[in-house]
Design a protein around this ligand. Sequence first.
Ligand code: CUA
Length: 303
Amino acid sequence: MQPLQTTTEAVDTAFYVILGIDLVMLLGIMTAMIWFVWRYNRKRQPLPLSQKDKNLWLEITWTVIPTLLVMLMFWYGWEGYLSLRRIPDDAMHIKASARMWSWLFTYDNGKTAGKLYVPVGRPVKVELHAEDVLHSFYVPAFRVKRDTVPGMTNWVWFEAEKPGSYDLFCAEYCGVGHSSMVTTVEALSAAEFQAWLTGTEEAADRTADRGEELARQQGCLGCHSTDGSRKVGPSFKGLFGETTTVTRDGQQVTVTADAAYLARSIREPAAEVVVGYPPVMPPFTGLSEADLQALIGWLRSLQ
Ligand code: CUA
């Protein structure tokens, strides 16, 4: 089914209709109130003008008009909600995986990215998955927000009308790294998007620096800096080859951060936790051996 409006239009229409009605009500009620206070002040009007205690038409009026206004607000809200929940037929499918604390987007051709690349002028349906705890997919520019729930598939759809970069947040508190769970929606023209999707650009990334690309894509940089500053986890700068104190089986031991240690730390982070940091990193078991080596090679280059 083809929606009549984009998600942005649907939400904005309902918002402005309700805001408009609210403003009319606010001004009307305030004006009437101030007028009555002034006009029927005891000094100006010491005795009641009338002893009537019923006015049928007045009661009908103040029942019917607000009912119509409320129904109008409901109508726009309901229509807007239906627009948000009706996926256009030609929507492109993209899978989003949320995990502590990054986003990973997977396209139907197997391509993955840490940013959500979309073509301008074409609706996309984003299928929402959570790998660990509750997160929430939130793109204010397209007025879409939906929780990602472990064991359950949610979705949103939206359409970017203009090329640009739009913020994408996690809007559900999901642990110490929640605030770094941000990325962007990159809306590209149809031709640029096609070029990106078919991966000519990625080949360049691969030769340039596959390890750094992976670190960004897998969300490592949300918790680990490359400039020595402290984030959720230890900085990557100068890490390779250094000795560090970790807690292993409840004992503090000193280890050298060599390739084997780094591989363990990526695949099984809970086994050895660096002293002074919380044991919160999720295991990255989905990485291929080649990708793992590329990451470690890049870490080595930060010495
Ligand atoms: Cu994920 Cu907050």
